[in-house]
Design a protein around this ligand. Structure first.
Ligand code: FAD
Length: 202
């Protein structure tokens, strides 16, 4: 059985509008310096908060990201607790009937190793199909699916939690697949709010 390979991806679904301005407004309440707030100085104020480690203020801003990855990586991502998550269900989705079964290969392995993984995926897909064909429910047939089965999840977290995830999951010690995924997420977030996501932290 020929299987389909998915590419990991990250998409920004939603984000606090004008996050730097909101963080500035909230932060200035602490110092009663609201009258000094201007759009031009918002970035500078947020950078000062970041340098001071006054990170509770950035919790006022949130971002929702959609990830395409594999079950192994998603298991690592959902270990983070200060977030809301909606994930594709292997209980309710019948991959056989809907043709949704895909796999995510690692980048950093040889072609020979990839061939071994594809053969494993083909075998799992065939077993899944046979089980479903024999009347077994998707929630039971899923047991034959490997860790590198594709999954999709939508994650909403505040900026402080995203910052924490980025720091942990882009570090050298992180698994290469989650490092690649969260590096993509970081690029999106840096582009949208560099004051927070590109900050030099103490
Ligand atoms: C390189 C690496 C290897 C790992 N290896 C393993 C492993 O072998 N086995 C394993 O089980 N896990 C492993 N993990 C997962 C890890 O233990 C954490 O579960 C995961 O990284 C979530 O991060 P977190 O606990 O910092 O915080 P999050 O859940 O993201 O929370 C953010 C922060 O909030 C605070 N916080 C949240 N909940 C609490 C609480 N209940 N009490 C006090 N403070 C809280 C903490 O300051 C925490 O850092 C690994 C993670 C990494 C990055």
């Amino acid at each position: 059985m020929k299987v389909s390979i998915a590419s990991p991806s990250v998409e920004l679904m939603a984000m606090t509008e004008n996050a730097a301005a909101l963080i500035t407004k909230a932060g200035r309440v602490c110092y009663k310096s609201e009258s000094h707030a201007t759009n031009a100085t918002a970035g500078e104020f947020v950078r000062k908060l970041m340098t001071a480690g006054h990170l509770s203020v950035i919790e006022h801003a949130v971002a929702t990201l959609k990830f395409v990855t594999d079950r192994g990586v998603s298991h690592e991502l959902v270990r983070h607790r200060i977030m809301s998550i909606s994930q594709e269900s292997t209980r309710y989705v019948n991959y056989d009937r809907r043709g949704l079964l895909q796999f995510v290969l690692p980048d950093d392995i040889t072609d020979a190793a990839k061939d071994i993984m594809i053969a494993q995926a083909e075998s799992a897909a065939a077993a899944y199909s046979q089980l479903v064909g024999a009347g077994v429910k998707a929630e039971v047939a899923r047991d034959v699916l490997p860790t590198f089965t594709k999954t999709e999840l939508v994650v909403t977290a505040n900026f402080r939690e995203w910052l924490h995830i980025i720091r942990l999951r882009t570090a050298k010690q992180a698994h290469p697949k989650i490092r690649r995924l969260i590096t993509m997420a970081k690029k999106i977030l840096v582009n949208k709010c560099p004051e927070v996501f590109d900050a030099e932290l103490v």
